[in-house]
Write a protein of this length. Structure first.
Lengths: 255, 248
């Protein structure tokens, strides 16, 4: 076992090589007939499937539909998650009061909310936004809670020593800025969680990539399903990259 | 000399843990007083009471601070700089000024003057992480000095610095003391530092803390570091009292 770090080019080369070997192996299996096309379509069938989705106007429409659910759900879910997480972090009384309730609701997976989402909101955009919101709520809640609890008490003492003694001043001048890295870290995880929830949130018929995948799989159009899987991966990478850059600017005070 | 603070019968306990009991101490205006003693004898607690961070269980603290707009009577410098990492240097110095209700421009102006005073005018836009330990401590000093305090409270401010930086900061502090005319109360466990800087050295000992020695350093200024003078005699006397008291 060598412990020396790999050079940048070696790392990139190995990553690309691994992916290439995987694709070639998959293609070979598909062409040899060992893997029937409806089980796993050959990678070479994907560009054509993508082109048909794109030229038919389905692809862009599905992305726009999903993106609107995604961003609305992410914004609402993380805004609520951060708010309640910060509150629980600030107040031991509030934390104690909500603690049992949290224990009951916390383990319920986002998918389990789908029946209620439909009962409450019908098969609507709101229902999809609700499902995505629920799935990002807890991540942002717990990261905000931990970030607020983790604020260095020495810095709170600085606030007192320099005349910022009200609870409001301490929250605004010390706690929120000190907790910002933890809160933003939670949002960053939520970005990925949100995309994962998109498919589930739309699979019952709200127009978007999830619904399109559901339709395609019903017709055994597996290449189309894979096109949207890859699209979601690409959209996740994009949002994560943009958010990473934005965080870097906000948190430029960190070493 | 008039007193800046008079402490009478000061006691402070955290639950059953009595840290200070019946402490009497008068600080003269414009003086530089050092408090020495082993760790855990309540030196920092005394500073915290004067900074209004801890409430005494009994006893009185009478201060004769000047009234006026745009200043805070007592300002504290901690052992660690404790700058707010998300604020640039200048903004860190403004932190204390923000609680005084000054207009923004005046705040900025006062902060810039304080930064100049500690010789870091060029570092206004830096983040704290970009500074050395000594520079960070200077910014912490500037944050306190910007408030034009009557009483500057220093809690082992150079304890975390290397010897060379510490010596430089000590001379810097003497210059600032002269320039600002503030009264200084400094906690340290470094006897050399105490007799080099202070007019008066108070040895606190035992728990709950009481004053074991209260000595005036007659040495002229500027002093020579580590010279075999009357200050050295005081230093040795303090050391004997300290080690004798703890039975070493």
């Amino acid at each position: 076992m060598s412990r020396a770090p790999l050079s940048r080019t070696t790392t990139i080369g190995l990553g690309a090589g691994g992916l290439l070997v995987f694709i070639l192996l998959w293609e070979t299996l598909a062409r040899s007939g060992l893997l029937p096309a409806f089980v796993a379509p050959a990678p070479s069938s994907l560009p054509g499937a993508f082109w048909r989705e794109y030229t038919g106007g389905f692809w862009l429409k599905a992305i726009l539909g999903s993106a609107s659910h995604y961003f609305a759900g992410l914004a609402a879910g993380s805004a609520l998650g951060i708010t309640f997480g910060v509150l629980a972090g600030l107040s031991r009384r509030y934390e104690a009061a909500q603690q049992w309730l949290v224990r009951v609701i916390r383990p319920i997976p986002g998918l389990a909310w789908i029946p209620f989402a439909i009962i409450w909101f019908g098969i609507s955009e709101t229902a999809a936004i609700f499902i995505i919101g629920v799935s990002v709520f807890w991540i942002t809640y717990f990261s905000a809670f931990a970030a607020v609890r983790g604020v260095d008490p020495d810095l709170l003492e600085v606030a007192e020593a320099f005349g910022h003694r009200s609870a409001f001043a301490k929250v605004v001048k010390i706690i929120l800025p000190a907790a910002a890295p933890g809160i933003l870290g939670g949002v960053r995880i939520a970005l990925g969680q949100g995309w994962m929830a998109v498919v589930a949130a739309e699979i019952f018929g709200v127009p978007g990539m999830g619904a399109r995948m559901q339709d395609a799989s019903g017709l055994l159009q597996t290449p189309v399903v894979i096109v949207y899987m890859l699209t979601i991966a690409a959209l996740y990478s994009l949002t994560d990259m943009v958010f990473g850059q934005v965080s870097k600017v906000i948190l430029q005070w960190q070493r | 000399m008039a007193a800046i603070a008079e402490i009478k019968g000061l006691s402070l306990a955290y639950g059953d843990n009595v840290v200070l009991q019946g402490l009497d101490l008068t600080l003269e205006r414009g003086s530089f007083v050092a408090i020495v003693g082993a760790s855990g004898v309540g030196k920092s607690t005394l500073l915290r009471v004067l900074a209004d961070l801890s409430k005494p269980s009994s006893g009185t603290v009478t201060t004769h601070f000047t009234e006026g707009r745009g200043h805070r009577p007592a300002a504290l410098v901690f052992q660690e700089a404790r700058l707010l990492p998300w604020r640039r240097v200048l903004s860190n110095i403004e932190f204390g000024l923000e609680s005084l209700g000054l207009p923004r421009a005046e705040r900025r102006d006062l902060a810039e003057k304080a930064l100049k005073l500690v010789g870091l005018a060029d570092f206004a836009k830096r983040w704290p992480y970009q500074l050395s330990g000594g520079q960070r401590q200077r910014v912490a000093l500037a944050r306190a000095l910007a408030l034009k305090p009557d009483l500057l409270l220093l809690d082992e401010p150079f304890g975390a610095l290397d010897a060379i930086t510490r010596a430089g900061m000590q001379d810097e502090l003497l210059r600032l003391w002269k320039e600002t005319g503030a009264s200084i109360l400094m906690v340290t466990h470094d006897l050399d530092e105490a007799v080099y800087l202070a007019d008066r050295v108070i040895l606190l000992g035992e728990s709950p803390a009481r004053i074991i020695s209260d000595l005036t350093v007659p040495e002229m200024r500027p002093r020579i570091r580590g010279a075999l003078t009357s200050a050295a005699g005081i230093r040795d006397e303090l050391e004997r009292t300290m080690t004798g008291g703890s039975g070493i």
